[in-house]
Design a protein around this ligand. Structure first.
Ligand SMILES: [Cu+2]
Length: 457
């Protein structure tokens, strides 16, 4: 028993000195790398037990190899460049060319051996968030292992005891490394591929950054006031749509590695929470929802039958999380007349625009001059105009004719005649305006104090 334990320890390369032995390092599988933010089409497993692969939104899954019955992966922690959405890239930390890192997929009962090479400028570790494993594989720097120094490779090896939805992230200089985007998903498929089958199984991490307009490196000391709300380090309109053919069963797996909770809301369907941090939820314990609140550090899997064709919003319901950077310190101008103010301010600030007197929707439509490498606060165009969103927003596209297994964007939904809200004159008093007339001048709000000051005091 003792001998065997020593042998395993040596073979796994987790030596007292911390670094992998030369022998183990030579045996590390090649580290795949990918810097594209396109959603990779899921690949059926080439070896090992069968499973139904997940689809990582704007991401990919890490290839593995089988070595004497052990599933081997190679993660490389390193600086990466990530396109957050067209028009903005960020300098982040991630794994294998990406932030978040590639999704690791394996099967309940698998023994996995994960080589971790540190190409960051400071030490790191990898914690396997939610997995039940031996203490020495938990990846907490200083507590369960020495940190992995720059240039070193460590090996983690453990058996996957439970199927479910998990994450990985550093547990070394954790606030900085997560603020920089070092994180990924870890999906353990059930041993029985017919257990809770779905037609499409999507995963994305909920993450957030604080990147000043015009810059590309996140502020790493921000605690709460993040300004870029992202899924898999992408912001709307950069987040890929979630696609389904009518009648298909869809699972969304989400994990929250931000500093706040996110109520994720789906239009047009109700769903059930089928998976939590601890595993799968029995059928008798589920109830229908249209919003699931995902707390900090939690994972949730939700499932629904996509039985309602259309383009359905899928977003965080904290409305400032569906906006991009800027604007959070702008004063409320609703009801404030600026028509005399703007010319005066323009003498001091030639580019000054008086905005917001009737709300902020004009921000979504206008082409404002922005600093380089900055996303508009509200943006995106749909078939009927500006969508006025940013951040954690995408569209569930349900189509009767979407080919099974296709992840190609089918374009915008065409509503059947008579099924769309429209401008009408019915029931409106004759004096009122309606949308068929030329655009009305913006309403002004003239607030007057009651005139009791010159009435009898
Ligand atoms: Cu949110």
């Amino acid at each position: 028993m003792n001998t065997r334990r020593h042998f395993l320890g040596a073979a796994a390369g987790l030596l007292a000195a911390g670094a992998a032995s030369r022998h183990a390092l030579a045996a590390a599988p090649e580290a795949a790398s990918r810097d594209s933010a396109e959603t990779a089409t899921p690949r059926q497993p080439q070896a090992g037990r069968p499973y139904n692969p997940v689809v990582t939104l704007n991401g990919w899954s890490l290839p593995f190899r089988m070595h004497d019955g052990v599933k081997e992966f190679h993660l490389v922690a390193e600086p990466v460049v990530r396109e957050i959405a067209p028009g903005m890239t960020a300098k982040l930390w991630g794994y294998n060319g990406s932030s978040p890192g590639p999704t690791i997929e394996a099967v309940e009962g698998d023994r996995v051996r994960i080589f971790v090479t540190n190409k960051l400028p400071e030490h790191t570790t990898v914690h396997w968030h939610g997995l039940i494993l031996p203490n020495g594989m938990d990846g907490v720097g200083g507590l369960t292992q020495p940190q992995i120094k720059p240039g070193q490779t460590f090996v983690y090896e453990f058996v996957l005891k439970h199927p479910g939805t998990f994450m990985y992230h550093p547990h070394a200089d954790e606030m900085v490394q997560m603020a920089m985007g070092a994180m990924g998903f870890f999906v353990v498929h059930p041993k029985n591929p017919r257990f809770m089958p779905v037609d499409r199984d999507y995963v994305f991490l909920i993450n957030a950054y604080d990147i000043d307009p015009g810059s590309s490196v996140p502020r790493v000391n921000t605690m709460l006031d993040f300004n870029l709300w992202t899924w898999n380090s992408r912001a709307f309109p950069g987040i890929a749509p979630v696609l389904a053919r009518t009648g298909e069963r869809v699972r969304l797996r989400m994990g929250n590695l931000t500093m706040t909770n996110h109520p994720i809301h789906l239009h047009g369907h109700s769903f059930e929470v089928t998976g939590t941090d601890g595993g799968w939820v029995p059928k008798t314990a589920r109830w229908p929802e249209v919003t699931v609140d995902i707390a900090v550090g939690q994972m949730r899997a939700i499932e629904f039958v996509a039985d309602n064709p259309g383009d359905w919003a899928l977003h965080c319901h904290k409305s400032h999380h569906t906006m991009n950077a800027m604007g959070h310190n702008v004063p409320t101008m609703i009801g404030v007349r600026q028509d005399d103010l703007a010319p005066r301010l323009q003498k001091l600030l030639p580019d000054y625009m008086g905005m917001g007197s009737s709300g902020m929707a004009e921000m979504g439509a206008m082409e404002m001059p922005l600093p380089d490498n900055t996303l508009p606060m509200m943006t995106g165009r749909g078939p009927y105009g500006p969508i006025e969103m940013g951040g954690m927003f995408t569209v569930l596209k349900v189509r009767d004719d979407l080919p099974r297994g296709s992840y190609a964007d089918p374009g915008w939904y065409r509503m059947p005649p008579g099924t769309q809200a429209h401008a009408t004159q019915a029931g409106i008093p004759p004096a009122a305006t309606d949308a068929t007339e030329p655009a009305p001048t913006p309403a002004t709000l003239d607030v007057r104090k009651p005139a009791h000051d010159h009435q009898g005091h």
